[in-house]
Every structure is written in C-alpha cells, then in structure tokens.
Design a protein around this ligand. Sequence first.
Ligand SMILES: [Zn+2]
Length: 698
Amino acid sequence: MAKIESTMIGPKLPDQVEQESQAKAVDEVTDGQSDLEKKHISRLTETEDFVQFRENLRKLGQKTNAGLDGTETLRFIVQLCETLLTKSGNVEFEEITIVEQSLSIAFCLILSDLQLLQNAVLSQDIKLLKPDSTLKLDGYSDLVSFFMAGLLSKRNALFVKYFNNSFTILMRESDSRDVQNILLKCILEHILKGDISSRSISKYIELGCSLLESICAEDKDEKILLGKQDINTIINLETLFFKILDILLEPKSAEKEDGTEDDELIIGYFKILEKVLNIEPKIKQELSRRKERRYIERVLKECLFNMNQEPEAGFEHSIKCTNVSTRAATYDLLVELTKENIDNSFDLLENGLIDLCNNLPNISSWRYTPFKDKKSPQGFLGIFNMSSICYINSMLQQFYMTPAFRYLILAAEDAQEANIVEDKDGRKVDDNNFHQLQKMFAYLDKSERRDYHPIDFCYSFKDYSGNPVNVTVQQDTQEFLNIFFDKVENALKPTPYRNILNDVYGGKTISVIECSSCGHLRTNEAIFYNVSLEVKNLKNIHEGFEKFITEDLISDFKCENCKQKCDVMKRTLIKDCPNVMIVHLQRIVFDLDMLMNVKVNSRYEFPQAINLKPYTYAHYQQTTLQKEPIPQEGKEAEATETEPEGVKAEVEPKPAVMAEDDFAYTLAGVLVHRGSAEAGHYYSYINVNRKDPRRPKK
Ligand SMILES: [Zn+2]
C-alpha cells in the first residue's frame, strides 16, 4: 500500500479505495485492465513534468539557503522571541503566532544544517541573545539558555508547549551525542530549580521523564545516541533521587494554591523517581541504608494515609495525594521501591502496612467505597439529611454560599462560653445554636468529608417553645428562615457584630398612605430580610414586584391630620435595597373554596439579572410624587409569609448615594420546593461562579 501512495498526487479520488485493493495492478500493468483503470493509473502517477518541477523547487530551496547566514538569521529569531518571553502583561494572540512561526523557522534552519545546531549548542562563543539578556544561563550556550527560558516561561502555556515540542525534536534529530548530552544535562539539572508551584516546572519534569524514558526504553529510538550508562556521567542519579524525594516530603508541597497544577507537579516527581529507580536499581539499597530518614514510612503516611489524625483534632487534612492520579503515582513508586528488595518490603510492612491495618475505619455498610466519602471535586460539602430536614439544609447552604455572610459569621464572637449539656442519648453537645452554626460553616469550608452531620446543630436549634428540631418532621423553609434570623440576631445583639444580618440581608420598605380628604401623606418604614411576592395568576417576578407595589384600598382610615375618616390608598415600596435580597415566592396559598393550603405550581419566570429601580421609593418619588422627600415616621415591622420557594440575589456593597447600578442584582441561587402543600422536598441551586475570595479557582 505504501508504495502506491508514494506515487499518488492530489486529492483522494472517490474510487481510490478500490484502486488500492488492486495494489499489484499498478506496478504490473496487465492486459486485463480496462480503459477506465488505465485512466486512473495515469492520473495517479507523477508525470515527468511534475518530477522536473519538483526538482527545480528543491534546487531553488538550496540556493535560497546558500544565500542565508544561518547564525545571523537564528540570532534575529532568538532575539525576537526573547522580547516576547521577557515582556510583562497579557499575551496577545499575535505574539503566540510569532513564537510558533519563529520556532518553525529556527527548526528548518538548524535541522537543515546540523553543524549550525551543534555549534550553537556546544559553543558558548556564539552569541544569540541580546548582550544584556536576563535569560542567559551560566555554563550553557545562548541557544540552550533560550530553550530553557522558553520551557520555564510563565507568560503563556502555549509558549511552553511550543518550546517543549521543539526541544524534543532538537534532541532527537541533532545526530550528535554531545548535543544530546548537554540538552539532557540541562533539563535534569533544572528539574531541581525554579519556582516549585509554577505550571512550567511540571511541564519540565514531564519532559525530563520522557527523555529518561526514551533513553532507557527496551526498543530504543535509534536516533537517541545516549545510553543508560551515559546518564550517570551527566548527573548523579542518586543525588537527584533523594533531592526530589525530599522536595516531595517537604510540608510546603501540600499547600494548594491551584489544585491541578500542584497535582501535575507531584505526579511528575513520582514518575521521575520511578524512572530513576528503573535505571539505577541500587538506589533501593541506599534507601534502606538511610533508615533514619524513614522515607518509605513517610511516603505512605504523608502522601497516602494519615494515621495520626484525631477525628476532632482539626479538619486540615495533611495528606499530599488526594486524587486518583496522584495516589496512583505514589503506589507505583512504592511498588518499584519494594520490588526485589527485601529490606524495603519489610520496612513498608513493619512501619506502614501493619499500622494501616490497625487503623482501618469501622465499616458499617456494604459496598464501601472510600472515594464516595470525599467532598465533591469542586470542593463543596453537603449537609447530611437526618430524615426530613431538607428545609434546613437547603436554606443553610444558601446562607453558607453568601461569602459576606459566611465570613462575617465565622469572624463573629458571641462572647458566650460553651454550654455543654447531654442530649437524650448521653452525647455531650454545646447547646448554643450560634456556636453550632459557626462549627458547621467551618466544617463546610475546611473538611475533606462528603458531608457535615448537623445532629448538634439540630439539637441546639430550639423552636419557640424550647424544643429541639424534630428531624422527622418536614417544616416550612421560610418559617425556618425567620426563626434562624431571630436566633442570629439575638446571639449577636450584645456584641459589636450586631449588624451582620442587617448588613448582608437587611433592606427597608416604606408604605405611603395619602389621605383622600386633605392630601396628607403618612409614611411608615419597615426593615425586611426577605421580600414576599405573589405567584398566583402572575407570569414572572416583574409582575410579582408590580403587584407588591400596587395600591391597596383601606376603608375607614382615620387621618391624623384632618381627623376625618375616609377611604385611602396605601402602597408599599422598597426604600433601601439590601446587599443580598432574598425573594420569597408565595407558592403555597390558602384556598378559600377548599379551606386548605394548596400549592401553586404554575410557571413563574425570573431572569439571571434584574434591576429593582422601578419598584423603589426613589423611582416613585421621581415619577409620581415629584416632590421633596417626605418626613418619615419610622417604625419597624417584619414581612413574613409562608414560603415554599425562594430566589436570592446579591449585589456589591452599596455606597451612601444609590447609583443606577445599586438597583441591579444578579441571581445567586434558587431554593426549590418540589411536591405538594403537604409533602415534598427542598433543594438548592447555587451559582458558584461568583466573587468568593477563598473558593478554589477552576
Ligand atoms: Zn386627612
């Protein structure tokens, strides 16, 4: 097949497959061929003219090359890329293209003239970088320094990728043992340098791994001139091995600034250790001689299984390898370390596996999979549903996911000692609901487990008659919200943190009553923590707000100004917008025909973003009253309704004067009730892509 393809030019013909199946026929033209077949063959064979044309092109190329000063051109390209590598600021699309094309040209140049490549790698006299270049590496030529800088570039991942590819090709195609030697030495030496948490270093290690692999492979690439025996002359593998192992076991590598980059680094290090052991198995013996460093035990206990952890001692998990791929790399290394080495095997058994067996958790369920006990890959925890407390859990998750509220609650102090009591099962519980809330938020933030068990929270959450939550009874979530806010407010009232709730969720409504007799305006302000909107017979949240601000008729109202009894119109408007607005949708209503609660399940639309200006007092003043602001008679009240479903939105903290943007909200989360007025299930949707300084970046 290959032979035929080499004589084909131009696009594939539709009947080519058939043609290929008659492979032999092409070379040995037989009498049996039809005219059609002959026609095809003539189409698929290079004509003499074409062969001549190709030859001319080749000669032209050689001439062009001959007139080109290789070193000069290479210097131009290197300095062009150098400018882009050392620049700061965002990378433009053009810059990426420039680097890609420059490297391609540099390739064509040095691979068509291998002497140029060898000189540029081996001789430090060939100056390619700018005279005062910061990229220059001691002991290496400008070309090698240039490639190292590209591999370590933090400007753009694509830069690193292009340099990585170029480096591998240069190494392979250099046709020189000396060049390969220098390139490999530079890579291996630099694995131990540089900023440990950068993405580029892990790319670097990956490259080191693949180079070691290609040098030591069973069926080695014939263009790789280095052999296993050469590596120890380039770098001391034992030193490399123990340096990397020490880096891996340093406490700092457990810190996670960016989970994925960190993991790549750990995997790269473990893989290179494994490769080094493959090349130099006697390092295993050296490892068992350095017993006092407890390497094997530490790899097992620091990277895989934390056996010293007290359950309550702190939620900061110190295990370095928490996901499938990093753990797999660690297991591979342990296997390699113990393979054909009885000392290390015994060490692993005595100082690791026996402890591990003694510390295995008590498993009480069938089909135990530890993986399922971990928090979600996105870094979030659930709250365990003890029976029917979804109305609590779904609401608390919304509160937890309001960053301002979460961090203020965690920062607050209620100045109360723990109130330790025994519950009916004899468990000791701090019977202080605010403490329990803080504990829950702390666990939701820090724990590695799948969920938090709210048993203590439920015990300390007493209803108006002092009874703990009955976890088997489904309640209304808005009722929970009101009791919960009461509790938070009461806990913090005597402390400097008393305004937390108001700062995050608090807003003000104002009701305006105009006397139809004398025109006197009476206003009344009220603080609210949620706005309750009608759903029945309405299409969307805008209609809900319209209904909310619509005038109501009050009969026989006695005006305080003219002392007349008359019919008046009363309207309620939003005066101060809260930073985070909780909107309650009245889906459960009392049906006067049936004399029972029923659920309104009709469609009710709400947008991702909403501007509440049309429903505010400011807007009303501008459009309707067009008067000076009215002197107010403040009086607090609360807006509470029954509630099956809520919508929550948030804005940035407001300045003193409300700008247009301060009425703009984006949807933060939705709490859904599914079911009927009597029974159902609550759950939450939460937009996690909001500004939250401490959530892991994705
Ligand atoms: Zn009046």
